[in-house]
Design a protein around this ligand. Structure first.
Ligand code: ADP
Length: 303
């Protein structure tokens, strides 16, 4: 099984003609409420791709939290380890999308900012032993660092998606099995340029040398670059699809790749599987609303 430790947000998305200037009041063309948060998105992606998944995180004691939990359950994600924090709201993301598709986002971490080290200890949560742990950066780094130590010491395979970009202390890398990050994050963590594929290769090499076993740099519409400790490299172009909204592309990739790993798929096949899942995500609107089911991924791959 897979344990995802991370954020849950309600995304409140306002579609507008033009984003408001300071002091201005404008009308939204349309407002939608979409379950999101990198942790929850990745958990949903892994579960819809076919894995058994348990979510670790927190919501506030409000209606948004209830909706997010119900939504996870309807995607077959276990929610017993999502805690209800008092005196704080559920995490919210206020997203403005203008007519050019340009985004501006305010994140209000709420309960995500209150996920503490003791919240991630599996023994007390009666979880079946997870094979893979997935972590991101939308909960306090002190908790991420603790989870790296705690699960690393247990010999668990840890997938770390350092998003939003934040360069962790050097000693974190040796606990990471697989680092999955986009070009911006790869630049921040390696301190190197990632503009060309050669630069991406060098940046990935720097990250492997810091101590993680495998690195995947996702390159948006260009695809991805894979490098492991043994020096094996893979460049896989993205599937060509009609793009509607790239929200949750990276999260779908992470979740689907973890599922492929749990199933024991070889690297090449796992990369193709996760690319197909995220290609489907970019053809649809929203975060968790856009994440495909296993049947859709298999159908896409066999067409
Ligand atoms: P993030 O959302 O974290 O920035 P990326 O934009 O790199 O991540 O996207 C992650 C993966 O999603 C890519 O490696 C690719 O497989 C897929 N993807 C993203 N954008 C597209 C696109 N325009 N067409 C097809 N696949 C895409």
């Amino acid at each position: 099984s897979i344990a995802v430790i991370g954020s849950l947000n309600m995304d409140i998305v306002n579609r507008v003609e033009k984003a408001p200037l300071p002091g201005q009041t404008i009308k939204a063309l349309e407002t939608s409420y979409v379950p999101g948060g990198k942790g929850a998105n990745q958990a949903v992606a892994a579960a819809r791709a076919g894995a058994r998944v348990e979510m670790f995180g927190a919501v506030g004691a409000d209606t948004y939290g209830e909706i997010l939990l119900e939504n996870l359950r309807s995607s077959r994600v276990g929610t017993e380890s999502v805690l209800l924090k008092q005196d704080v709201g559920t995490g919210l993301a206020f997203i403005t999308v203008d007519e050019l598709g340009e985004n501006s986002i305010i994140i209000s971490p709420g309960a995500n900012g209150k996920v503490e080290t003791q919240d991630v200890q599996v023994e007390e949560r009666q979880l079946l032993e997870p094979d893979i742990i997935i972590l991101q950066n939308e909960i306090p780094y002190s908790t991420v660092a603790y989870a790296l130590e705690y699960f690393g010491a247990k010999g668990k395979y840890i997938i770390y998606n350092p998003a939003p970009a934040f360069a962790p202390p050097e000693n974190a890398f040796s606990r990471v099995g697989l680092l999955i990050l986009n070009e911006t994050e790869a630049a921040v963590l390696s301190g190197a340029e990632t503009g060309t594929i050669e630069e991406v290769h060098s940046a990935a090499k720097i990250l492997v040398d810091k101590g993680c076993r495998e690195v995947i740099v996702t390159l948006g519409a260009k695809g991805l670059f894979y490098l492991n400790r043994e020096g094996t490299t893979v460049y896989l172009p993205a599937f060509k699809v009609a793009v509607t909204d790239t929200t949750a592309a990276g999260d779908t990739f992470v979740g689907a790749y973890a599922t492929a790993m749990v199933e024991g798929k070889p690297v090449q096949e796992a990369l193709r599987f996760a690319s197909a899942a995220s290609a489907l995500t970019v053809t649809r609107k929203g975060a968790q609303t856009s994440i495909p089911e296993r049947l859709e991924i298999d159908a896409f791959l066999s067409q």
